[in-house]
Ligand binder design. Sequence first.
Ligand code: AMP
Ligand code: ZN
Length: 120
Amino acid sequence: MSTPDCLFCRIVAGEIPATVVRETPTTLAFRDINPKAPVHVLVIPKEHYADVATLGQGDPALAGEVLATAAAVAEDEGLLGDGFRLMFNTGAYGGQEVFHAHAHLLGGAPLGPMLARDLA
Ligand code: AMP
Ligand code: ZN
């Protein structure tokens, strides 16, 4: 279930502090420590999955609960009117740094192009 040396499992366990904005029996949402937008919240399943691919294939219902929590946080943060971005960085090409599945919920200002650069 929980992986002891995983940063986000340790946040779920309360061993590392986080600014939690929403908690459900199966998910946790907390503010990113290095925000890239006025609102930048990470939404995770409490159970350890390395990335969204293993989460989505291993427990689709839990993946749906992560989306529901992200939507609830988007509503709480006042993002539904102007919109937001929900992003799962995955693996090396995706730039994933923490290998516990997490959605980045970003909003509060125009977020610019989807990617830093276009295909050449
Ligand atoms: P990713 O590159 O998609 O794996 O994103 C990992 C995210 O976790 C980055 O945006 C980091 O700023 C964020 N992060 C790392 N450590 C913490 C922490 N202790 N609390 C909250 N966010 C964190
Ligand atoms: Zn973990």
